[in-house]
Ligand binder design. Structure first.
Ligand SMILES: *[C@@H]1O[C@H](CO)[C@@H](O)[C@H](O)[C@H]1NC(C)=O
Ligand SMILES: *[C@@H]1O[C@H](CO)[C@@H](O)[C@H](O)[C@H]1NC(C)=O
Ligand SMILES: *[C@@H]1O[C@H](CO)[C@@H](O)[C@H](O)[C@H]1NC(C)=O
Ligand SMILES: CC(=O)N[C@H]1CO[C@H](CO)[C@@H](O)[C@@H]1O
Ligand SMILES: [Zn+2]
Length: 500
């Protein structure tokens, strides 16, 4: 490229020269296409990021759970690489989130019970008589004066666990043992405190069998003294979403794609969701070779594993005008499960009956087109709300994505389509310490990163087929999530199986 020597035009020329330099560096006239972007996706580059994430986990005892050094290192790594391209406006969206973790032990009458706990229970240690609540403890009147200073034994059912514990707390209980109303053990959440019905106490939960036996002997008149020990860590933890938006492209028509950057505490999360994290990062590093018609925004969400906290925070803080500019959202959570399948979120609802906002059907078809051209059988995944697309659906934004499955069991039919073993989980290391590099199906990692590239390139060129149907009603609904977020009443739903 030539520099102009004209003095009079110097300023303008320098500006132009800069633009031209940018143009050649960024591919000014070289609009991204599905084919060209896919061609630039190389497995060794993606895996380099996966190895970095594993290194990050070593900073905090093998985890990248939100609020840890390991997770922070991942967020920093992503931002630094993206900043270096000069192609994006990047942002760390930081906020505090109240995190609770705990374990309980309970013994009584010489027996050590298998004990779990309930989120938001208080820390404490108490040795005291175990006293039965009347009925299921859903009414303040279910707790007589004998509860005071003692351990209340309460059956699960009829109302939320938090209400029972709050009533017991008001009656002066020093601790609560919750027992299951069906065979087997359980854990749950009390919901955020404070609540009007009363204070929480230390809590343990035991199985239906153990609880029934204990309740029967107390009801039979036996005096039983128990010891409950609840170890709890509860604190505000700061962490960040990483958001990167192309400087180029129409900023009123934003194509958004996201993955979650945190893992569970149990392991490094190299598939969940190191796979989506690494794949999207590599895409974001290749996109600068091209020009885009519509802006593209990448997001790496924090605290997905404790209740989609980062993506909920993000959508809840969009103004209606900002919401309106996001044309669609694409989610990539667990895209390299070692015994996985190729699942597309059911945008049109034809398989599972729950569709996304208009346009979600088009997104599903866009992914189907990719798998068809790659000659790979496509399966379908329901909109369960278990990952970061959930808050976008709630905000009225068309959404979709692909994944390879989590704790679900592979069927014979699926094994015939995709190989792998029927009768075992898509990811046998789901949410475990063994979710490391060896847990990746590298072929799936490459295939799905290209699938993401196909969808991003397609929509970066045109949003035909994606209507903008949102209005104030819908956006207001999303901002009401904010109060829920602060209360964090359902963040630990994952005790059963609510999210990936
Ligand atoms: C580190 O992880 C191991 C295994 O998961 C655990 O036993 C140990 O308590 C952890 N240490 C710390 C300091 O968290
Ligand atoms: C992680 O980063 C946040 C900012 O996003 C910071 O406030 C926090 O102290 C960091 N935590 C650790 C453990 O380094
Ligand atoms: C806004 O959305 C609501 C609920 O989806 C719908 O009933 C209403 O007709 C919409 N209004 C406009 C102006 O589009
Ligand atoms: C399992 C599954 O959903 N397969 C679908 C993949 O996509 C093609 C083309 O749209 C459908 O015909 C299949 O039913
Ligand atoms: Zn996940």
């Amino acid at each position: 490229m030539k520099l102009s020597l004209s003095v009079a035009l110097c300023l303008t020329s320098l500006a132009l020269a800069q633009e031209e330099a940018d143009a050649s560096r960024w591919g000014w006239n070289n609009y991204v296409s599905s084919k060209s972007l896919q061609k630039n996706i190389k497995l060794p580059n993606i895996l380099r990021h996966s190895h970095k994430l594993l290194e990050h986990s070593k900073l905090s005892n093998g985890t990248r759970a939100f609020g840890t050094k390991g997770h922070n290192a991942t967020a920093r790594y992503i931002k630094q690489l993206l900043d270096r391209t000069g192609y994006y406006n990047t942002e760390l969206q930081s906020f505090p989130f109240f995190a609770w973790s705990g374990t309980s032990k309970f013994s009584a009458d010489g027996k050590e019970y298998e004990t779990r706990t309930a989120t938001y229970g208080k820390a404490g240690e108490v040795t005291a008589p175990v006293v039965l609540a009347y009925a299921t403890g859903c009414l303040a009147a279910n707790f007589g004066p004998a509860i005071k200073g003692n351990i209340a034994l309460i059956k699960r059912g009829d109302c939320d666990l938090g209400l029972k514990v709050a009533h017991a707390g008001t009656a002066g209980a020093a601790g609560v043992i919750l027992y299951n109303n069906v065979p087997g053990s359980f854990s749950g959440t009390l919901g955020a405190s404070p609540r009007p019905e009363g204070p929480y106490t230390p809590v343990g939960s035991i199985s239906g069998e153990d609880g029934d036996a204990l309740a029967a002997s107390i009801a039979g008149g036996k005096a039983i003294v128990g010891t409950l020990i609840a170890n709890v860590v509860a604190e505000d933890r700061w962490s960040s979403n990483v958001i990167a938006t192309t400087k180029r492209g129409d900023q009123r028509n934003i194509v958004m794609a996201g993955a979650h950057s945190d893992s569970v505490p149990a392991g490094p999360g190299i598939n969940d969701d190191g796979s989506g994290t690494a794949g999207l990062l590599e895409l974001a590093l290749q996109l600068p070779k091209f020009q885009v018609r519509n802006a593209v925004r990448f997001a790496w969400w924090t605290a997905e594993e404790v209740g989609l906290v980062g993506s909920r925070y993000y959508t809840a803080h969009l103004t209606p005008a900002q919401n309106q500019k996001i044309a669609l959202y694409l989610n990539f959570d667990m895209i390299a499960s070692p015994n996985g399948g190729f699942f597309i979120l059911d945008g049109d609802g034809d398989t599972f009956g729950t569709s996304g906002p208009a346009g979600s059907d088009h997104i599903e078809q866009t992914f189907k087109d990719y798998f068809t051209s790659a000659k790979i059988q496509n399966g379908t995944a329901a909109f369960t709300g278990r990952s970061d697309y959930g808050p976008f659906l709630d905000a009225g934004i068309p959404a979709g994505g692909v994944n390879t499955g989590a704790e679900g069991i592979k069927t014979e039919q699926q094994a015939a389509w995709w190989g792998g073993k029927a009768g075992i989980a898509y990811d046998p290391c789901y949410h475990q310490a063994c979710d490391g590099i060896e847990n990746l199906d590298t072929n799936a990692l490459l295939v799905n990163t290209k699938a993401a590239g196909h969808a991003i390139a397609t929509y970066a060129n045109t949003l035909r087929g994606i209507p903008r149907t949102r209005n104030q009603t819908v956006t207001r609904r999303s901002s009401s999530l904010h109060s829920e977020l602060i209360g964090f009443d359902d963040g630990c739903k994952h005790d059963e199986d609510v999210k990936v």
